[in-house]
Design a protein around this ligand. Structure first.
Ligand code: ADP
Length: 153
């Protein structure tokens, strides 16, 4: 069984993340969406809230082969211990690429059987990030069109 993992903070889930989930889920048997909680960022939503919102959004999108997990440990260990063959990451721009490359090399160093696969964002989501979304929420702006409807509510 081909099991891929898409890790992130998803705080909150955006249309950019959902697009990567839909596309990556077509490339494997099971896509494990991993809510990683040791990012050092101050969270807006609890892990349980994030899990519930991702679950609803993927159901609304009709995606079936997704498992949602959360963990705060070491990604390479999680991947090794759970039979995951590929880590999926989304790329928006050159800064994303620059920060992703050393992580991919390090994960390969820590666990040589794992591959990292980058999916280029859909152009219409290339400016979208959870941090910009949080900033708009903070200033009571509209996040319509940035996040799935259930997340906006
Ligand atoms: P953010 O950078 O929005 O805080 P995360 O830490 O949750 O997001 O990122 C998880 C993964 O999703 C990373 O690989 C990130 O590059 C990717 N990602 C984030 N936003 C987008 C987007 N708009 N389009 C494609 N991929 C994205």
């Amino acid at each position: 069984m081909k099991k891929f993992m898409y890790p992130g903070s998803f705080d909150p889930l955006t249309f950019g993340h959902l697009d990567i989930i839909k596309r990556a889920s077509k490339l494997c048997d099971v896509l494990v969406v991993a809510i990683v909680t040791n990012s050092g960022k101050v969270p807006l939503l609890t892990v349980e809230e994030r899990r519930m919102l991702i679950q609803e959004a993927i159901e609304d999108a009709g995606v079936k082969n997704v498992e949602i997990v959360s963990f705060s440990g070491f990604l390479a260990d999680y991947v090794r211990n759970n039979g995951i063959s590929c880590i999926v990451r989304g790329l928006r721009d050159i800064p994303d690429f620059t920060s992703e490359i050393p992580r991919a090399y390090m994960n390969k160093h820590l666990y040589e059987d794992v591959e990292t696969m980058f999916l280029l964002t859909n152009i219409e989501h290339s400016y979208l990030s959870s941090s910009a979304t949080k900033e708009i929420i903070y200033f009571n702006g509209s996040i319509k069109g940035l996040v799935p409807e259930n997340v906006r509510r």
